[in-house]
Write a protein that binds this ligand. Structure first.
Ligand SMILES: Nc1nc2c(ncn2[C@@H]2O[C@H](COP(=O)(O)OP(=O)(O)OP(=O)(O)O)[C@@H](O)[C@H]2O)c(=O)[nH]1
Ligand SMILES: [Mg+2]
Length: 256
């Protein structure tokens, strides 16, 4: 167990994994070197490629590395929720979301954590000044850009990168986000959390990151993940608009 990170307290980085045997050692090693003051939890969904066994070996050799073995593939949202609950039980002050595939550079984590000292939620952002994406094909760039534009318009939420998955949260903020009602499974989970943070009026900071395309292993991105995000964001946006209209209508009636 580490002493904690300056201005933030005890930090747990959660890396959800499904078939990341080629990546896990590399990312864990980079993280431990880049930010020795934070702990790591690997949340593995019983990966058929033996990722869970590698996680066990890493944990046996380093008491700042922990493993959660989950029964089977249930989506990244469910893995994160289980990780957040474990962090709360273990009295961490903050959690970080990070992919296993090297897209999120552990070397940039200090930027996120420094920002968290003055915020409740920090988004690693590809689409603010200084942020970039390296080696993405044009269709992935278009999907991320288009997805973020849609989220911004549908939810009227002024964030540049609400779909990204490199983030830091204070546990006190997560605690107020009513996580038990989250149904989002795929990457829509990230939008869901950003939307909850925004509606709660939390301090949200976006810091630029350099996002690199995965070099090894297979992507879990799919069209059903995109469809889920599309319909959920549309439902949330419509609900928010109806609630806004109701409020205005009620205000007009009582205010004359
Ligand atoms: N535990 C768990 N982890 C998952 C699941 N789906 C994805 N992940 C992990 O979530 C992280 C992000 O998944 P990726 O496949 O990299 O998704 P992506 O970044 O959209 O796609 P690419 O980078 O293009 O491959 C990785 O660490 C995955 O192993 C899941 O169902 N369960
Ligand atoms: Mg990835």
């Amino acid at each position: 167990m580490s002493e904690g990170y300056r201005g933030v307290g005890r930090v747990l980085v959660i890396i959800p994994t499904y078939n990341e045997a080629e990546n896990l050692r590399i990312i864990a090693d980079r993280l431990r070197k880049a930010v020795p003051d934070v702990d790591l939890l690997v949340a593995d969904d019983n990966s058929p490629d033996g990722t869970g066994k590698i996680a066990d070996e890493l944990a046996a050799a380093d008491d700042q590395i922990h493993v959660m073995h989950r029964a089977g593939k249930q989506g990244l949202g469910a893995a994160y929720l289980a990780g957040f609950a474990w962090a709360a039980e273990q009295n961490y002050d903050a959690v970080v979301e990070m992919d296993a595939d090297g897209s999120h550079a552990p070397e940039e984590l200090p930027h996120l954590l420094d920002a968290l000292a003055e915020a409740d939620v920090v988004l690693g952002s590809r689409w603010v000044k200084g942020g970039t994406v390296v080696n993405w094909p044009i269709h992935r760039l278009a999907l991320s850009r288009g997805g973020n534009l849609y989220v911004r318009l549908a939810l009227a939420m002024p964030l540049r990168d609400a779909t990204g998955g490199y983030r830091a949260y204070r546990l006190a903020a997560l605690d107020k986000m009513d996580l038990a009602t989250i149904a989002s499974q795929g990457y829509c989970f990230q939008v869901d959390l950003a939307w909850r943070a925004y509606r709660n009026g939390f301090r949200i900071a976006e810091v630029p990151i350099t996002f690199a395309e995965r070099e090894r292993g297979a992507s879990k991105m799919s069209s059903s993940i995109v469809r889920e995000a599309l319909w959920r964001v549309t439902v949330w946006g419509t609900r928010a608009r109806i609630a806004g209209l109701r409020k205005r209508f009620a205000g007009q009636r009582s205010g004359g």
